[in-house]
Design a protein around this ligand. Structure first.
Ligand code: 5GP
Ligand code: MG
Length: 180
């Protein structure tokens, strides 16, 4: 598609149908491990569409997780990460003795998920796993691998399916790349 306001073209990388099909398989994989006392934590904002679809797929796969949200800063106002991660809004729930699955949109440098894992671990969670929509495997600054991953993604800046550039394009039902 092309954006009449900015003149940018958006090229589809993962279509809505591909995403939907992959999420059913991912949910089945998670459910097959029979997680107990499960708390799903989407890292906002970018993961909200992925998390909403994944949660309903988890329900269909027979799981009944609780959900709470963590808002972390990253990529603010630009396409380049500041390298610093901070908490913009914390969880309401206690994670002590729980099995927590952190949900993020993109695993890039790894700083965001590593920060979230350390935080939840320091608060006494029993088990912490990570689940990402996209893994950009070549761009890691810290050593971290996702426990669950929907797609491996090329090292390009992506938008759509919850992900933005300058607060735009989150509503797109597919993942695309901006082409200038
Ligand atoms: P990391 O801390 O792993 O470098 O970055 C992870 C965060 O940066 C993701 O949660 C996501 O919000 C953001 N991010 C990384 N790559 C992209 C991208 O290509 N597009 C968008 N919109 N956000 C990205
Ligand atoms: Mg994010």
């Amino acid at each position: 598609m092309s954006d009449t306001k900015t003149g940018l073209a958006i090229e589809t990388i993962f279509s809505a149908d591909e995403i939907s099909e992959r999420l059913q398989a991912l949910a089945a994989e998670i459910a097959s491990k029979r997680p107990q006392n499960l708390l799903v934590v989407p890292i906002l904002k970018g993961s909200f569409v992925f998390a909403a679809d994944l949660l309903r797929a988890l329900y269909a796969a027979g799981l009944t997780p609780e959900v709470d949200f963590l808002t972390l800063s990253s990529y603010r106002k630009s396409r380049i990460s500041s390298g610093q991660v901070s908490i913009l809004r914390d969880l309401d729930l206690d994670v002590h003795h729980r099995h927590v699955i952190l949900i993020d949109d993109v695993l890039d440098s790894g700083r965001t998920l590593a920060f979230a894992k350390d935080l939840i671990s320091a608060r006494g969670a029993e088990k912490i796993e990570t689940c990402v929509l996209l893994d950009k495997r070549t761009t890691r600054a810290v050593s971290i691998e996702p426990d669950y991953c929907a797609f491996t993604c090329p090292d390009v800046f992506v938008v759509g399916y919850g992900m933005d550039v300058g607060h735009r394009y989150r509503e797109l039902p597919f993942v695309g790349r901006l082409v200038d």
